[in-house]
Design a protein around this ligand. Structure first.
Ligand SMILES: Nc1ncnc2c1ncn2[C@@H]1O[C@H](COP(=O)(O)OP(=O)(O)OP(=O)(O)O)[C@@H](O)[C@H]1O
Length: 320
């Protein structure tokens, strides 16, 4: 696999209220080249800390990180031009238009002025280029932030929770922008704690909990491997159908007038029911979602417990 980002045993501990807190506890993960890669984990699982280490904003205690094969932070100057990131809300001048803000930034980083139009186009802001930043919706502000990261035409884009605080329309705008960047061959690494969100935008995903990797790979494979495979069955007599299917060894639950039947082979359901004169009116595969896979993966993790994240006090590192 051609890898854009790789971490091996990456570890970061913070000193917090007298105790050491493991923010990232030996994280090994790979982000393939091209497409959107979701970096998924609950609040406090270490996503921002990992991203900050990748960008050289904080130092790891131990382990290694690479961006396009260059070790960071040591070799970061060799790849930094290929990386664009939004980690915190960028600052724009409220009274300047979108175009003026971008032109100012382009001048500062030495990008050609013509690039401003291209990035406005890429983020679907071309029609709003002459509007003042102050009048922008949150979704537009976030797209302008993405536009700013695109000025130097990076190959890797790192977005930390880019849809936080956006309304559904804003979320869709940002999601569409990320998807189109991935489709153009850029690598988009996007962190999120919102499962549905990652599922809708990412081709591949790394799922972390407590600062270490729980699962990684194609979203489709992870969903397939979650062991969740159900079919929603509609029949005229659900009580009778339930008896027949249970007698035939199917695991099922009732959902009103429907039955949710666990199986990889829906035709086995129709056969079993037809054998008893019951005819299926509706048979719909229930698509496993990332949330079910995620909950299955994190069931034993005790995620969300602050005390679980406190380290024993022997780890190196300090507050930053
Ligand atoms: N500067 C810091 N000092 C002390 N502890 C910190 C610091 N930054 C993060 N932490 C702790 O490290 C852990 C991981 O935090 P981090 O922000 O990396 O997680 P996250 O997955 O990005 O969470 P969120 O989605 O809430 O931003 C948390 O327990 C957090 O409280």
């Amino acid at each position: 696999m051609d890898v854009a980002v790789r971490t091996v045993n990456l570890r970061k501990t913070y000193l917090s209220r007298g105790s050491r807190r493991v923010a990232v506890g030996g994280l090994t993960m790979s982000v393939p080249h091209g497409g959107v890669h979701g970096f998924l984990g609950p609040n406090g699982s270490g996503k921002t800390t990992t991203i900050r280490m990748l960008l050289g904003l904080i130092r790891a205690d131990s382990g290694t990180a690479e961006v396009f094969g260059e070790e960071v932070p040591r070799r970061l100057p060799h790849v930094i031009d290929r990386v664009g990131a939004i980690v915190e809300s960028p600052k724009f001048f409220p009274t300047f238009t979108a175009r003026q803000n971008l032109a100012l930034l382009a001048g500062a980083i030495g990008s050609p002025a013509a690039r401003v139009d291209e990035v406005l186009e890429a983020t679907h802001l071309r029609d709003r280029g002459r509007d003042r930043y102050a009048g922008f919706s949150l979704g537009m502000k976030q797209r302008l932030a993405i536009a700013a990261t695109l000025l130097k035409d990076p190959d890797l884009l790192i977005f930390d929770e880019p849809t936080n605080g956006l309304d559904p329309a804003g979320i869709r705008e940002v999601r569409d922008t990320m998807r189109s960047l991935g489709a153009q061959g850029k690598t988009v690494l996007v962190s999120s704690h919102i499962l549905a969100e990652v599922e809708q935008v990412a081709d591949t995903v790394s799922i972390i909990g407590h600062g270490s990797l729980l699962a990684e790979g194609n979203v489709r494979d992870i969903l397939g491997g979650s062991g969740v495979s159900q079919v929603r069955v509609g029949v005229a007599s659900p009580d009778r159908a339930q008896q027949v299917l249970e007698a035939a060894g199917f695991a099922l639950t009732r959902d009103g007038q429907h039955l949710l039947v666990g199986t990889d082979d829906p035709s086995a359901i129709t056969r079993a029911l037809a054998g008893h004169g019951l005819y299926v009116a509706e048979l719909v595969p229930v698509r496993p979602d990332l949330e079910s896979a995620f909950l299955a993966l994190t069931a034993d993790e005790g995620l969300g417990s602050e005390s679980d994240r406190l380290a024993g006090g022997h780890a190196p590192g300090g507050a930053s």
